[in-house]
Design a protein around this ligand. Sequence first.
Ligand SMILES: [Zn+2]
Length: 419
Amino acid sequence: MTPRGWALLALAGLTVALVVLAALLIPWHRPPAPRADQLAALGDLPAEQVARGREFRAALRPGGYTALAVGLLVALALGLTPLGSRLVELVGRPFGGHWAAQAVLGGLAVVLVADLVTLPFAAWRQSVLTRYGLSTNGWNGWAVDLLKSYAVSAVIGAVALFGFYAVIRLAPRWWWAFGAAGAALLVVLLSFVLPVLVEPVFNRFTPMERGPLRTELMSMAARDGVPVRDVLVADASRRTRAVNAYVSGLGPTRRVVVYDTLLTEATPAEVTAVVAHELGHAKDSDVAVGTLTGALGAAAAVVALYLLGSWGPLLRLAGVDSVAQPRAFPLLLALVTVAGLVAAPVQALMSRRVEARADAHALALTGDPVAFESMQRRLGSVNLGDPDPPRWEYLYSASHPSTVERMAAARAYAREAGR
Ligand SMILES: [Zn+2]
């Protein structure tokens, strides 16, 4: 069999593995709470809060979607015309057109162009956040964050680009197989190291102060059978008024993080409800499952790019002879951008199901639907959320169930538990 035949087989295998994994590990059987309960919950929220949340979300929308469209157009313009390959060539020229310079500097230049084109929209978003009082970092803090994230992406991008094109040179016929394995490994590695190497670039993390709340959280974790060394507090208030919490990392780097804003804005019972939700993620290994699906997805993407890249018309559009040249990187980026936009609603759906399971875990663990519901109201009011967002937007991009869904879930739990 030819390398192309093996690649087709590998892609089929990876696709089946992804579908089986998603079918087995995503809690599909968890339908949202009845719409009538959701509407009742919506009716119980202060009208003023609902209006302000909707106004804020509506203010973000034009810039957000224009940025998405412009980002797509630029990626297509660079990848499906010779513009991008010329840019890579130009950047590599001072280095005699050396492949490594084209691969790393050319690749980063293409990404930078795409970033710079959407920069005005990012600034516009920051101005909306400031106007609504959510942002606390000012323009200097915003610019510093932006430069830091460019620097982090440049380091990770340089390693990935160099590795990818080095593999192509070392194994001209089988690069897609090594590239797929490398991409999967990179996803796993990033999951391990992001919490300890990258998150500290943006925030300071300190162990939660000893006291009744910490004692309660640690004993809840022990009761839940989830080993937690510590609950970390992030200094999110340097940037935002919004409240949040999350789990990240794998094995030795796993951590539960709460924003310092959550500790000042929410009651101890509400913080407990939030942490119980995060323990649900830890208990169900949601980070590990996400990493595994991400790794398989990345491997499948490399194989798919190899297969698509042998399609003549596409190469002619991009003005390249082979997808294996660094000059074809803009074409790969364009295909990945389109794939990302198409995959977004599927990813959002899977995320919402996983989040709903963590909510159910929090309700069962705390047995306190009242605190859970007040925590949802708090999240919505402080973060200026739309408690019941437009259906199309929800389906396309919502990573979490809506506030009214989560409130209704708490009420359904209370009914069943007879509280
Ligand atoms: Zn969650």
